[in-house]
Write a protein that binds this ligand. Structure first.
Ligand code: HEC
Length: 140
């Protein structure tokens, strides 16, 4: 009689342990993949940190020299680094400076500068990590 009464508890416990184990397995495989920088279904988990220029605080990437030359003459480049705008809004800002602040025409440098600005100082992405692929989730 006593044994029979305990059975539901024991199976409940087994389900619970199973849940913990599958969660742990899922978690470690996820972490290990991340360490190696593996690409999981097109989503790389490790993101290379861009190099930052110590003087200006700007990301050193394609277009950096042009931005430094054209955009740090009148004001601190922190006006750039503290902003997060789409390509269109960066263009609006540039047009506004051209119309009201005597910013010169950027010519062929303009598209390169816009690429740079919208890539490195584009709208903030969500802080959430990308969704996991179904094959990484615990079996249902
Ligand atoms: C000819 C001078 C000049 C140059 C060159 C210049 N700016 Fe400006 N910019 C200004 C002035 C003046 C302001 C207003 C500063 C303030 O409000 O304190 C400004 C403001 C800004 C702002 C803030 C806008 C806002 O809405 O608050 C951003 C962002 C900016 N500039 C980015 C740039 C970028 C990117 C470049 C290069 C393409 C650039 N600036 C080149 C004069 C210039």
């Amino acid at each position: 009689m006593n044994n029979l009464n305990r059975q539901p508890y024991i199976s409940g416990l087994l389900v619970f342990i199973g849940f913990i184990l599958s969660f742990a397995a899922f978690h470690t495989s996820y972490a290990r993949a991340g360490e190696k920088g593996q690409v999981i279904k097109g989503t790389s988990i490790t993101v290379a940190k861009p190099e930052i220029d110590a003087q200006s605080g700007l990301v050193k990437a394609e277009g950096f020299n042009l931005v430094l030359a054209h955009c740090s003459a009148c004001h601190s480049s922190s006006l750039i680094t503290q902003n997060a705008m789409s390509r269109e809004r960066w263009l609006d800002t540039i047009r506004w400076m051209q119309e009201t602040q005597k910013l010169w025409a950027l010519g062929e440098a303009e598209p390169v500068i816009l690429d740079y600005l919208s890539t490195w100082y584009g709208p903030k992405k969500s802080a959430r990590r990308p969704q996991l692929s179904p094959h990484l989730l615990p079996k249902q």
